[in-house]
Design a protein around this ligand. Structure first.
Ligand code: FBP
Length: 550
């Protein structure tokens, strides 16, 4: 295989483990903490998870390893969207497993959770795994978005595990995938299969976090990659002084990615979806807010600027949310076939105008035709609108143009450019932080397996400090769960972490954004650095630093 010089150099990188995991496998023991309770709906969650509820939080520490010696056959699954560092989770898991017993086996189920159901896997060995150390992507085994949730699927999963003597499954995924890990763990325990299930917190969106999980992996690298690009654009527009750049960044629902990029680059405007929802802002009000910045800057002779838009924002605008809900209803079941069979857009438009309420039709009418059509694209397997396909950067730039045209007070020149940064960052070479964090999560996941835990999330905390001071352990997934309404039913799920409007990262942004909107306060983070002083190479996000009061 041809590899780039950077890739060769990254193969040589030794990820840093938390100090407590550095003593060697023989010297890692468990300290059990308090029994846990779910964050809400305790009785309901306990009733649904009788075998895995209420377990104790655990921390690893230096001490004689007392785990039972048995051969382990572990199956690993990468689930959902790619996030930098996923390969290192697998490498950490593999290294801990082999360091414990050379006879242990690591299977990689291919293409996401469906690989388990279809009994489709590879067996890892040194030669294969060494090609993926410290690299981005999920191509080591591929990923997928199949949901593991039905009794039939669990039954097949148990059969596949029995067939290959699998003793544990590690699911590397986001909030939904780890919810499924908890359900699968409960099923395996209830049916005495002897198969343990451990989760690892992944997603560039940064929305799998809580008092136990400080950050999901991939968020650090993805936001650094987008921030580099945004900083470059800021330098460009500050040089040419002629464009307004509308930049949409990934993050399906929460705006953590947009907020972190704003903290890193200090753009003129950054929308935060959670604030839009809280203030019940309309599309028109949002466009006015951006137009105000354009107008003020134009009055000072600055006909350029940068606007960051979180990809999920339209779903947080109440009038738009109502429109999407009506469209979902309109396309439910067989109605979608009738809609898709219509000959052309005119016929579809007529169908839509008959199906939508008068309020939603008003919102629909003001959208550019391209956006109208994007709202009717296929849903993802979870029934979500694929927000990455809605060009909200173009929607807002067009609306701002229309607003400015109506303002007699505005005499500037407005030319918009559009960008979407999403896929550019999800498979980047992991930063040192993500390389270290992911390797630690995988290594730690194996320690949880070795000590017999199931239904736990691999937990590494104290992340704003050097890796030496990180704390490794595990937390029962049920502790993070509550009941939520999903597809018309009450379901136990891990609570998704949205941006907290009273949290330190948003407060910092809020305190500075008026100045950023009028002046040019851009900051240029530059490219991720892999080699050099720790103060440059190992730093994690501004979000985490602010959350930790640093
Ligand atoms: P996960 O929640 O599975 O980590 O994926 C997040 C994400 O990257 C979102 O930011 C984005 O909206 C979505 O995946 C895109 O999905 P796809 O890869 O299917 O286009």
């Amino acid at each position: 295989m041809n590899v780039s010089p950077l890739q060769s150099a990254r193969y040589e990188y030794t990820p840093k483990l938390p100090g407590m995991l550095r003593h060697g496998i023989a010297d890692i023991c468990v300290k059990e903490g308090e029994a846990t309770q779910s964050v809400a709906d305790q009785e309901k969650i306990q009733a649904l998870f009788p075998n895995t509820y209420g377990k104790k939080e655990i921390t690893f520490q230096k001490g004689a390893n007392t785990s039972a010696a048995k051969k382990q056959v572990v199956g690993v699954i990468l689930s959902g969207g790619q996030a930098p560092g996923g390969h290192n989770v697998v490498c950490g898991l593999y290294d801990a497993l082999k360091a414990t017993n050379k006879e242990n086996v690591l299977l990689g189920f291919k293409g996401g959770p469906s690989g388990l159901i279809q009994d489709d896997f590879i067996i890892f060995d040194d030669e294969y795994i060494d090609q993926f150390r410290n690299t981005g992507g999920f191509d080591i085994i591929g990923s997928g978005r199949t949901k593991l949730e039905t009794e039939d699927q669990f039954k097949i999963a148990a059969q596949v595990c029995e067939k290959h003597g699998v003793t544990a499954i590690v699911i590397i995924g986001g909030d939904d995938s780890n919810t499924n890990a908890a359900v699968l763990a409960e099923y395996m325990a209830a049916h005495n299969t002897g198969v343990q299930v451990i989760g690892c917190p992944k997603t560039i969106d940064g929305d799998l976090k809580n008092e136990d999980i400080e950050a999901s992996f991939g968020f650090d690298t993805a936001t650094k990659t987008y921030s580099e690009l945004i900083g470059n654009i800021e330098r460009d527009c500050n040089s040419s002084k002629k464009y307004w750049h509308f930049i949409k960044v990934m993050g399906r629902s929460a705006s953590h990615v947009a907020l972190e990029c704003a903290l890193e680059t200090q753009p003129n405007v950054c929308l935060i979806s959670e604030e839009v929802a809280e203030k019940k802002m309309s599309l028109s009000e949002i466009a006015d807010q951006i137009a105000d910045s354009v107008e003020k800057r134009a009055a000072d002779g600055m006909n350029f600027g940068v606007v960051i838009i979180p990809e999920g924002v339209v779903e947080f605008v109440p009038e738009f949310k109502a429109l999407i809900a009506e469209i979902n209803e309109m396309l439910a079941g067989e109605k979608a076939d009738a809609f898709n069979a219509l000959a052309d857009w005119n016929a579809k438009y007529e169908f839509i105008s008959k199906g939508l309420s008068a309020e939603s039709m008003k919102v629909f009418e003001i959208l550019p035709q391209a956006i109208q059509q994007q709202l009717f694209l296929d849903r993802d397997p979870h029934g979500n609108v694929q927000v990455s396909l809605i060009e909200s950067e173009k929607l807002f730039s067009a609306m701002v143009g229309a607003k400015l045209a109506q303002r007699a007070s505005y005499t500037g020149k407005y030319t918009a450019m559009h960008h979407f940064f999403g896929y550019e960052g999800r498979c980047a070479f992991p930063s040192n932080f993500d390389a270290d964090y992911c390797y630690s999560l995988g290594y730690n996941a194996f320690m949880l397996i070795q000590y017999g835990y199931t239904g736990y999330l691999s937990k590494v905390s104290n992340l704003s400090k050097p890796a030496e001071e990180w704390v490794a352990g595990g937390m029962p997934i049920t502790k993070m769960m509550n009941m939520e309404r999903r597809h018309g039913e009450d379901k136990p799920v891990i609570r998704k972490a949205l941006v907290e409007l009273d949290g330190a990262p948003f407060k910092y942004f809020e305190a500075h954004r008026a100045e950023w909107a009028e002046k040019t306060c851009y900051t240029f983070p530059g490219a991720i650095q892999y080699f050099g002083p720790a103060s440059v190479c190992d730093l994690t996000t501004r979000t985490l630093a602010l959350e930790k009061g640093e």
